[in-house]
Design a protein around this ligand. Structure first.
Ligand code: ADP
Ligand code: MG
Length: 284
């Protein structure tokens, strides 16, 4: 059995006072009876249209919130006090959508050092971690630069380096590419995959880009505060109608091959090209 790093057990989350919610049926929970878990080393993508509960799920993973009912455990720890919440944040790091809100210092390397400084790590070790983290995200040459002069993708990689320098086992990224141009998106996604494959960091990637979910080990689809689909990317993306019913599309390559009436479910451009070539070959 693989080791569970994050475990949600029947989690419901109301932002309003639960008593108020009980009295007023128009108040709906942001999450309802969610069971969710992430294994160590896994890459999980969480999809869902706006308001489906993705960010709430992310913030519960990192003990930013406590659930209204049910339990969230991170390596068996429940964040029922501030010390335990701190302990959880040393295991699970977070990267948010807007890089500008995450950058705190005026020099790149100082920004990356901020997290480990707060953990009380000694300066020599911080120096080493900052250098390693900046190299891992390909931003080492920019270490003396001012973050506000970087591109969106570069800033987001600096934010990721800041989390890497804290050496958490897991990183939850909440729509980290939503504000980036295609180049920035690609840079960030390559970095995230490298952290998972080469550094063994567990990844929870929240995204509304279907093509970013294709390479995950597992895809979780949320709608109305519930998990409505879960499985390997190929299983999920072959259920086109069901995905649409949850307000989601399939990756463009999948869509094209479906539109062409090809039987096989394809997930990316290469597979799509292969299937179309077969179709054309067969027609000849
Ligand atoms: P997503 O990230 O999928 O867009 P969220 O988790 O942000 O979804 O939101 C889920 C639901 O919770 C939405 O209905 C949203 O309006 C509500 N919500 C989110 N954050 C808050 C908050 N701080 N206070 C009150 N309601 C919130
Ligand atoms: Mg969100």
């Amino acid at each position: 059995m693989s080791e569970k790093l994050i475990e949600f057990n029947n989690v419901t989350m109301f932002y309003n006072d639960p008593d108020e919610a009980e009295a007023n049926e128009n108040i709906v929970p942001a999450l309802l009876n969610v069971d969710f878990s992430v294994n160590k080393g896994e890459f999980v993508a969480v999809l869902g249209h706006n308001g489906s509960g993705k960010s709430t799920l992310a913030k519960l993973c990192n003990a930013i919130y406590e659930p209204s009912s049910g339990t969230v455990k991170v390596k068996g720890i429940v964040a029922d006090n501030d010390d335990k919440a701190d302990e959880i944040r040393r295991i699970v790091g977070m990267v948010f959508q807007n890089p500008d809100n995450q950058i705190v210092a005026t020099i790149v390397e100082d920004d990356v050092a901020f997290g480990p400084e707060n953990l009380g790590i000694e300066p020599k070790e911080i120096r080493r971690r900052v250098d390693d983290a900046l190299k891992a995200v390909n931003m080492y040459d920019f270490r003396h630069r001012e973050p506000h002069k970087l591109s969106g993708g570069q800033k987001q990689r600096v934010a990721i380096a800041g989390v890497l320098a804290m050496q958490t086992e897991c990183i939850v990224l909440d729509e980290p590419t939503a504000m980036l141009d295609p180049m920035g998106r690609q840079e960030v996604m390559q970095t995230v995959h490298r952290m998972n494959k080469e550094m063994g960091i567990t990844i929870v990637l929240i995204t509304h880009f279907m093509d970013e979910a294709v390479k995950a080990d597992r895809v979780v689809v949320m709608d109305g505060g519930r998990i409505v689909m879960q499985g390997k990317p190929r299983e999920i993306f072959s259920q086109v109608e069901e995905l649409r019913s949850h307000g989601l599309d399939v990756p463009q390559s999948t869509e094209l091959c479906n539109a062409l009436g090809l039987e096989k479910s394809v997930l990316n451009v290469d597979e799509c090209v292969e299937e179309i070539a077969k179709m054309l070959g067969g027609a000849r």
